[in-house]
Design a protein. Structure first.
Lengths: 232, 232
């Protein structure tokens, strides 16, 4: 990437920020909705806390390891596709060179214009394969060290997110008070979180805040409705 | 993409398959782990079913709408970045042309080789901007119709996945029998699912099957342990 100053204005969320958003979105929403739902079924706050903590344990492990496996799978997929492309530059070099030319044809280059470019790219086999990976297949090389870091970040964010809606049930003995405190605290957190998330993705902030709170609210309302329906 | 037959051997999971995998992975794992966890806390199967269904409602809505918002955010991000690139081809055309040249420099082209290519790409402003989006920023144009389809696919897959571990608690009155039936049925499903998923991502199938079952098993064991710990 060139060092021209204007490039820096393009915002690209770092992978860590993305992992925190992934973990925290679900962590704030699902345990919140589950706890609210169980309150709808009029169970004791003790059961709400047990179910909530069990959900946080299950959710953080499932999401964290899920993120780990996804990153590993991406890496393996990249390596196997790269190996295949590499072999093809040996077995069917003319076909592969033709595919490089095809990439340029799509951008309006004539045969005469693209021929020297294709010839230059073919000179270095590694660069040739890299070109095919990125421009023909559209696959970027994943960072091999990402998998564990990603798993840990997602799991920790899920736990932090999940404990926010749950603590009112831990410290308040009155079920109804705990439910309303949890709703208030969680919706406020979702608004702040949606706002921050929108800042990172470049979306409109007020809308981001409202959307995130709406998803949490709808999920909680559905869980509450289902639980109450079963109870009656 | 050229119509040469060998390209077809590269497997790319369709977006629908990916959405089914996303929804089903979590749907099979989290409600399973939650139900097993609550069994560890020796609550009635009635409460397990209520909590499980509340979780499925919350999880499917949170994940489905989360998928919808993610797709929408991707689309907005793409459009705002494209607009910015488009403006820059008007305000700083030479800088943008230099960035096109930079892309080719990384693939070993000399100044003389890249100059006619850059000139050809600049001729059509739309193609020029498309080139920058894909090759400089590495962002592909998202499908605008994807958001709702994605939301529905993820939510439905989560529900289907979540009902598999839950039905034993619905039909069997004995808590321990329901728990073991749920464990057996879910682990078997996770093995099959992991196998199928590995087929789609091109990973090794036996390993994929075992990994997927392991994540579900670990999540359930953690939820079970936490719930039992609170109870005592």
């Amino acid at each position: 990437m060139p060092a021209t100053p204007h490039v820096e204005r393009h915002f690209t969320a770092t992978e860590t920020v993305r992992d925190i958003v992934i973990g925290m979105s679900d962590g704030l929403t699902v345990p919140f909705a589950l706890a609210a739902g169980l309150s709808g079924a009029v169970v004791s706050t003790g059961i709400v806390v047990t179910a909530g903590l069990a959900e946080i344990a299950a959710g953080s492990i499932a999401m964290g390891l899920g993120g780990y496996l996804a990153a590993k799978t991406d890496l393996e997929h990249y390596r196997s596709e790269r190996q295949r492309e590499l072999e093809e530059t040996h077995t069917v070099p003319e076909t592969e060179a033709e595919e490089v030319a095809d990439v340029f044809r799509r951008y309006g280059l004539t045969e005469e214009q693209s021929a020297p470019v294709v010839a230059a790219i073919r000179l270095d086999r590694d660069r040739w394969v890299d070109f095919m990976m990125r421009f023909e297949l559209g696959i970027e090389a994943p960072d091999p060290r990402r998998a564990w870091r990603s798993a840990f970040t997602i799991a920790a964010s899920y736990m932090v997110g999940g404990l926010i809606p749950l603590w009112p049930y831990m410290v308040l003995s009155q079920g109804a008070t705990a439910l309303w405190t949890s709703i208030g605290v969680t919706l406020a957190t979702l608004l702040v979180f949606g706002h921050v998330k929108a800042r990172f993705t470049g979306a409109r902030r007020l809308r981001g805040a409202l959307q995130t709170a709406l998803v949490g609210g709808l999920a909680a309302a559905a869980a509450f409705g289902i639980a109450r329906l079963i109870e009656h």
